[in-house]
Ligand binder design. Structure first.
Ligand code: AMP
Length: 293
């Protein structure tokens, strides 16, 4: 019997079995309090404390499993979902597995810009995205699908250029290639099936998302504590990009207060310099486990 997304009350979540996205995804799931064993040895793992089971599969299979409702949710790179043209909903973009899909050609060759691709052969593991890109630009190319070691294709004279995933660009350089155009910016995404879900599953997804959002927000924030002269409180309030109004408590030393608040990590150093200039001292920064707003 074929399973549909609706035929079971446990949420089934697809994640990459072993690869670049696996550890970060497992850390994220553990970070939101999910407890499970043996994910390295089993393909289907039941969580002990949340109505979720994890299906560990190849990342390029994830978009279709989610599209078909075999899994309700999946963690996978946008590159895979878009290459498959999967009919799914992207619930969240997650800032890991960040990479781009780019066109590259020999550094010293005759392809130096997009228009030079006319009539050329391109090797790639992403034929759909490559063809879509050139069709849209009305440039004729011959796209050859290769499953691995794409960057070697120009040297083997199998292709004039490649379209491949890049993160640092070192692999391209090592193969005498230059990156010419980025056709897709990618990161890991949480995707959801578009098949009908029961109210029970929808509730589970809401709960799951609330935990994820709390965790993501906490990762990007720090709890900050400092002492400051009472007279500086107003100025300090203006400096701190706080979630809500900071907690201000009197100290035993006359005229001094303790200020506690939460700030986005990106702004910490700029804020700290300005706080010091306003007389803040004993500044302590702490990580936050989770935040429910
Ligand atoms: P893996 O099969 O383990 O190499 O994982 C591949 C997935 O990781 C890709 O589909 C991308 O979503 C992501 N990724 C991030 N950076 C890179 C990279 N430099 N090369 C290949 N994949 C990457």
């Amino acid at each position: 019997m074929q399973r549909t997304a609706d035929s079971n009350t446990s949420l089934r979540i697809a994640i990459q079995k072993s690869g670049r996205l696996t550890d970060k995804t497992i850390d994220l799931l553990k970070g939101i309090g999910l407890r499970f064993d043996d994910y390295k040895r089993n393909l289907l793992v039941k969580c002990r404390n949340f109505d979720v089971e994890l299906l560990l599969i190849r990342d390029d299979d994830i978009p279709e499993y989610v599209q078909d409702g075999v899994c309700d949710l999946g963690f996978v790179g946008a590159n895979e979902t878009q290459e498959k043209g999967a009919d799914v909903t992207v619930l969240r973009g997650l800032d890991y597995g960040v990479c781009r899909l780019s066109l590259a050609a020999r550094k010293d060759g005759d392809i130096q810009s997009v228009n030079d691709f006319e009539g050329k052969t391109i090797a790639t593991s992403y034929p759909k995205l490559t063809r879509d890109f050139f069709e849209e630009k009305d440039i004729n190319t011959d796209v050859v699908t290769i499953s691995g070691a794409v960057e070697i294709a120009p040297r083997l004279e199998v292709a004039d250029a490649i379209c491949d995933i890049v993160s640092t660009g070192n692999t391209l350089k090592a193969n005498g290639l230059q990156e010419l155009v980025t056709i897709l910016e990618s990161e890991t995404e949480l995707i959801q099936t578009n098949k009908k879900l029961s109210p029970g599953k929808k509730k589970l997804i809401d709960k799951f998302l609330q935990r994820m959002d709390g965790h993501q927000q906490a990762e990007r924030s720090r709890y900050i504590m400092m002492n400051a002269p009472q007279d500086s409180v107003q100025k300090i309030k203006e400096i701190i990009p706080s979630l809500k109004s900071p907690t201000v408590m009197p100290l035993a030393d006359n005229g001094m207060v303790a200020i506690h608040t939460v700030i986005p990590i990106d702004e910490f150093w700029v804020v700290m310099e300005r706080l010091k200039a306003e007389g803040a001292s004993g500044i302590v920064i702490l990580p936050i486990e989770s935040m429910i707003l």
